[in-house]
Design a protein around this ligand. Structure first.
Ligand SMILES: NC(=O)c1ccc[n+]([C@@H]2O[C@H](COP(=O)([O-])OP(=O)(O)OC[C@H]3O[C@@H](n4cnc5c(N)ncnc54)[C@H](O)[C@@H]3O)[C@@H](O)[C@H]2O)c1
Length: 287
């Protein structure tokens, strides 16, 4: 993919109607990118598009034809690709969570890889849930790796014991799968000079974050016990998105960046019996 005649760089944000996707679009706009925004939810996307002078597209990341059509709209080349489209554990059943979070991210990377300009970068959204999922057996790891299959969600579900087939497990596994996917994609993309990273947010103040706090209020007990004793903002994550897309991050690829106020570090250093870990475990048992 060659450089455009004009020097303006192009950023594509998928999941831009809300939360961290919207904040990332605002941040990249401020950095001078020309924007193409996509989401499943159109009315709010059009508002964001109007505000930022961006082109907008309706696209469901689980649809092969929709993502192929979106890629066609971006065939002139892409410098920054941000994928925040996702579902939390309270939003959908097991298979849909897996198909959107992992299958959707994989589909977008597959279609957009050939469009990335040298020096370009993609940022995908993982989660602290992917860091805290614990060890998984080889059967589950294998099911998470085959992201091209249209029945990804069902195959991961079937690889799990019955008692683990819950939406919370789908969420954590899908995000672990995103981190592994990013490592594999980074190897491929390195051949044409583009990078791929993920971010693992902690509890962030977005519509999704608010829903999770409502359904698992125990998370509020954990918040004041964390090294940074508050929730994060979408803008704080968007700052890291902008950095990872920029030349300042030119030696970063195949990696995950925790933007979690220290949640994962606190769990790993304090052990599972610390007050913070106990509060967090109580909130996660609900899922
Ligand atoms: N909010 C948090 O606390 C938190 C924590 C860790 C990770 N994350 C992850 O960060 C990402 C962004 O989360 P957020 O809090 O901004 O959520 P959000 O719900 O505010 O925004 C997510 C966006 O994704 C879109 N979307 C959902 N399914 C889609 C599909 N099939 N195709 C296209 N678009 C779709 C929604 O319409 C929405 O606009 C998600 O992947 C989420 O799992 C969020």
């Amino acid at each position: 993919m060659s450089q455009p005649a004009t020097s303006q760089r192009t950023a594509v944000v998928i999941g831009a109607s809300s939360g961290m996707g919207m904040a990332s679009a605002i941040g990249l706009h401020a950095d001078g990118y020309s924007l193409k925004l996509a989401d499943l939810s159109l009315p709010s996307l059009q508002d964001v598009g109007k505000r930022l002078g961006a082109e907008t597209f309706a696209a469901d990341v689980t649809s092969e034809s929709a993502i192929a059509a979106l890629a066609l709209q971006c065939r002139d080349g892409v410098d920054a690709l941000v994928i925040t489209a996702g579902l939390s554990m309270s939003m959908a059943p097991f298979e849909r969570i897996m198909d959107v979070n992992l299958g959707g991210t994989a589909r977008v990377l597959r279609h957009f890889g050939p469009l990335m300009r040298p020096g370009g970068a993609a940022v995908c959204m993982a989660s602290i849930a992917g860091h805290l999922i614990g060890s998984i057996d080889a059967g589950v790891a294998g099911a998470l790796t085959d992201t091209t299959t249209p029945d990804l969600g069902r195959r991961v579900l079937n690889a799990l014991p019955v008692e683990m087939r819950i939406p919370g497990m789908a969420y954590g596994l899908s995000k672990l799968g995103v981190m592994k996917l990013v490592q594999r994609a980074a190897v491929e993309w390195g051949a044409f000079g583009a990078r791929v990273c993920s971010i693992s947010p902690g509890l962030i103040d977005t519509p999704m974050g608010a829903l999770e706090r409502k359904t698992s209020p125990e998370a509020d007990i954990a918040v004041p016990l964390a090294p940074i004793p508050r929730t994060g903002t979408a803008a704080e994550v968007a700052n890291v998105v902008a950095f990872l897309c920029s030349p300042q991050a030119s030696y970063m690829t195949a990696c995950d960046v925790l933007v979690d106020g220290g949640w994962v570090g606190a769990i790993h250093s304090g052990g599972t019996d610390s007050p913070f870990a106990r509060a967090l475990a109580a909130s996660r048992q609900k899922s």
